[in-house]
Design a protein. Structure first.
Length: 563
């Protein structure tokens, strides 16, 4: 029986519990994740793979990874490699059960031959357009192909010649012989094999006919012993065909097919301000709207990883988003909430000034540098402390100073005081402007009695701002990311690229930061205090450039909304 504490209960969990209790497939639970290697995985795939993997573990079952490599036109080894890397990063362990649909092409060819021999499949010479025309509509039955009643011998001969490469692409297909009057269009003699004279990334030019997904998928599930085939709800109408393939495989290939696999559908993940279509994501890459599949603005696993998101945050998001039968759209703010929650407990704090304004403390000796001790994680002594230099010249955020502030502005302004985080209280005495009237420098004084941790002055100020010592500042590059799309549902637009946000990326050069930001190892996650969470990009560091990618801000509007 399953360990309920390991998997949040949902309708699929309940269904599998019932199957196990009834002894179906001898009480076994065996799931799989079957990606097509025609692009990178995105966060919707993460939901699917984690659901399958966690359910298998909850029932002490098995989990396979199987590449659905049946369409060589779009598939590449690059995508295979990226998918395996993403799965490992997510913490998925398939043990020794890594498979490819192409592993069993010969068995599937033999199954197709046996369907022909049983009078359940035939070679059809109609063009793709004619097949669609003959198929009928939801209100009108289809018409039988004029080639439907070919003899078994002729069909076997033609199918073998298809395999040998005697016919051009699109000239012939193998179709199942089911029911052209079925109320389900998927059962109206669906195509099982098509001719594709294209080299396959694993099998080369061995094959020039390839099985269709609706034929290959259920057969391979049953061949691998998959008990529960979990897929998104758009495949609900395909389930009768899935069952037809499995039942015929059990009957016609009993020497290799032992499992009666069962298909169950759940709602795919839709996320606001995001596109999940692999075709659309590919277009973003190929047309240069983003820098690649791992661009941090992309919803791909590699993009999220390069943005600094952790696998734990993605797993938490998957749990909170839940598993449902009906399609719905999840707010991007929920994902950001999960990321923020995770990073809050692990990301050490440092100070960086993204839009610097120079401050000179006029009563601080020019040659003096004081090392201040600041906590890495406030309230967590185990995380240790760091030494931060403090001197005469500093940088603060330009937004932390206003020459003519509104009533409730508690930061720095002429004649007003503010505390520098972890340091002293300073007072603005003079404002220096350039010839255009822009503020370029502030002259301030500090109160030596107000050092943080040992303040003896009794002064109370409401404002606390971050800062960086100018002389010892590390100089870094910061990439600030916003939503890639301006519309909440870009998938609904006639052309989704029309609502791409032209301001989704801003690159800030020469940003002053604490020295710790320059000496951190690749992949370090920091909270830039009062600014958000940032990730030291390992790819840029290989090129000798210190670049921090913005991960998520500090504001948690989703949590506030739940209250």
């Amino acid at each position: 029986m399953a360990k309920e504490t390991e998997m949040q209960s949902n309708f699929i969990y309940t269904l599998i519990s019932k199957d196990v209790a009834e002894g179906k497939n001898d009480g076994r639970v065996h799931t799989r994740f079957p990606p097509e290697p025609n692009g990178y995985l995105h966060i919707g795939h993460a939901k699917a793979v984690l659901l399958n993997y966690k359910l298998a573990k909850a029932f002490n079952g098995k989990f396979n990874v199987r590449f659905d490599d049946t369409n060589p036109v779009k598939e590449e080894q690059e995508f295979v490699d990226s998918i395996l890397e993403d799965l490992r990063w997510l913490g998925v362990d398939w043990e020794d059960r890594l498979y490819y649909s192409s592993d069993s092409f010969e068995l599937k060819y033999e199954f197709a031959r046996r369907l022909i021999q049983a009078g359940k499949a035939y070679v059809c010479d109609l063009s793709p357009e004619e097949i669609r025309e003959y198929r009928g509509t939801l209100t009108e039955p289809g018409k039988e192909s004029p080639y439907r009643n070919r003899s078994v011998e002729e069909n076997l001969d033609l199918f073998e010649r298809m395999r040998k490469g005697e016919f051009p692409n699109g000239s012939r297909v193998l179709r199942a012989k089911i029911d052209m009057a079925s109320g389900n269009l998927n059962m109206r003699d669906p195509v099982l094999y098509r001719i594709l004279h294209v080299e396959h990334h694993r099998t080369g030019d061995t094959w020039c006919i390839y099985p269709m997904y609706d034929f290959d998928h259920p057969f391979t599930d049953a061949l691998e012993g998959i008990t529960h085939s979990l897929c998104s709800i758009e495949y609900t109408d395909h389930r009768p065909l899935y069952d037809w393939i499995v039942e015929n495989a059990l009957e016609l290939m009993p020497e290799v097919i032992k499992t009666r696999s069962r298909q169950t559908e759940f709602a795919r993940l839709n996320l606001t301000y995001t596109v999940m279509s692999k075709r659309k994501l590919r277009r973003l890459v190929e047309e240069g709207y983003v820098s690649g599949w791992d661009d941090p603005r992309m919803p791909t696993i590699s993009g999220l990883r390069r943005r600094g998101v952790t696998p734990e945050a993605i797993a938490d998001f998957q749990e909170k988003a839940g598993v449902a039968r009906a399609d719905s759209t999840v707010s991007l703010e929920l994902l950001e909430h999960c990321i923020r929650n995770d990073l809050n407990t692990r990301a050490h704090r440092v100070m960086a000034v993204l839009d610097p304004l120079k401050v000179v403390i006029t009563n601080w000796p020019a040659e003096k540098t004081e090392m201040l001790t600041l906590e890495n994680l406030p309230g967590n002594k185990a995380a240790g402390t760091r030494q931060v230099p403090f001197g005469r010249e500093l940088y603060i955020e330009r937004e932390d100073f206003l020459e003519n502030p509104p009533k409730k502005f508690f930061r720095l302004s002429p004649g007003k005081e503010v505390r520098l985080m972890g340091a002293y209280i300073i007072k603005c005495e003079k404002v220096i402007k350039d010839e255009d009237g822009r503020v370029v420098e502030l002259h301030c004084t500090y109160d030596p009695e107000t050092k943080s941790g040992s303040d003896k002055s009794g002064k109370k100020v409401k404002g606390v701002i971050h800062w960086v010592a100018a002389a010892q500042a590390a100089r870094i590059t910061v990439r600030m990311y916003g939503n890639l799309f301006t519309k909440e549902n870009p998938e609904a637009e006639e052309d989704f690229t029309a609502c791409i946000n032209p301001h989704s990326l801003a690159t800030l050069e020469n940003v002053p930061a604490e020295p710790a930001a320059a000496s951190a190892p690749p992949g370090t996650r920091f909270q830039f205090m009062r600014k958000g969470y940032f990730y030291l990009d390992p790819e840029d560091l290989k090129k000798g450039k210190i670049v921090y990618n913005y991960t998520v801000g500090l504001r948690d509007s989703w949590a506030k909304m739940q209250k």
